[in-house]
Design a protein around this ligand. Structure first.
Ligand SMILES: NC(=O)CC(=O)C(=O)O
Length: 311
């Protein structure tokens, strides 16, 4: 058998952030075909979340625009010119006026003739701290029973890198909706020392009913999945009454490092508030010390195959 250099996948030690206990506010917004109404509504729900004590606020996938490929170009904004991008400008202004950090769901981004499904992150000073472009585009092979066909790549280009952002509330990894299905991304965030992964999403009625909650829990629950990241996951969906043809599941959720549901909601418009305490990550990892127990020498089969292709 070939010998390979073995490196623990769980490499980055967990840093202690400035704030370890806080409230996250999840804004499950109603999205309409009126961009200005969507911006106004998002502003109101962000304010409501802050009034309820949230200092980190998460918005849904495509909150300024119905989740409909033919509308993305019309609603798109240029992230390099925030002053002429009304959705981004609102996020920047409300983040600084309320002193909150906003993981801004996603909106269509236009850049050099391409469109992306992109999540902006604003700090409490109103500065754009990071941007995640959805890496795994939602292209259905064929429609699930009762669902419309959806091929995001008809209009959207894929992002090319993972995104972690350092905030007062720890290191946050970002994925957008279908990104959640690829455990390697979540594992790479764990490896980079993330405390929390935020997934703005818009699952449909079929995938939502069966997979939405499961996929969030499997991103950190060792008892459910071989992927054990032992961190917090927060998701935020638009509410079901989307103006597009695509019917949305809703059910935004926050999950703790043991895979436990900390807060969740139904399919109506809602502001969900959840308490996060990063001490739970520490004791989960101390109780189930998977990092030190992992046997990459045994199951790093990709490397083994590369070393001896004929076996
Ligand atoms: N918005 C999406 O990426 C949709 C998705 O993943 C789904 O399952 O529905």
């Amino acid at each position: 058998m070939a010998t390979v250099a073995v490196q623990s996948f769980f490499s980055a030690p967990l840093q202690i952030p400035k704030i370890t206990q806080f409230k996250i506010g999840i804004c499950q917004l109603k999205v309409t075909t009126e961009k200005s109404a969507n911006i106004f509504n998002a502003h109101s729900l962000i304010q409501a979340a802050a009034e309820q004590g949230a200092s980190l606020i998460l918005l849904p996938e495509m909150w300024n625009c119905p989740y409909s490929t033919d509308l993305f170009a019309k609603f798109a904004e240029d992230f390099s010119d925030i002053d002429s991008a009304p959705s981004l400008l609102m996020l920047s202004e409300v983040a600084s006026s309320l002193g909150v950090t906003i993981i801004g769901g996603s909106i269509p981004e236009k850049d050099a003739g391409q469109l992306y499904n992109s999540c902006p992150v604003f700090g409490p000073d109103g500065e754009l701290k990071a941007k995640h472009r959805k890496i795994h585009l939602f292209d259905m092979g064929k429609p699930l029973p009762g669902e419309v066909q959806f091929k995001e790549s008809d209009n959207i280009s894929a992002g090319e890198k993972p995104t972690v952002v350092d905030t007062d509330f720890g290191r946050i990894g970002i994925g957008i909706c279908h990104d959640i299905r690829f455990p390697e991304l979540a594992m790479s965030y764990r490896a980079r020392g993330a405390h929390l992964i935020c997934y703005p999403g818009a699952f449909n009625m079929s995938t939502g009913a069966t997979l939405w909650e499961l996929e969030q829990r499997t991103r950190q629950d060792d008892s459910v999945s071989a992927v054990d990241n032992q961190l917090y996951v927060a998701s935020c969906s638009p509410s079901r009454d989307s103006a597009g043809s695509y019917m949305i599941w809703g059910h935004s959720t926050v999950v703790g490092p043991m895979g436990e549901i900390i807060a969740t909601t139904g399919h109506e418009e809602a502001v969900l508030i959840a308490e996060i305490d990063y001490a739970a990550i520490q004791w989960t990892r101390e109780s189930l010390p998977l990092e030190s127990q992992k046997h990459n020498d045994i199951y790093q089969f990709v490397d083994l195959l590369r070393e001896s292709p004929s076996s």
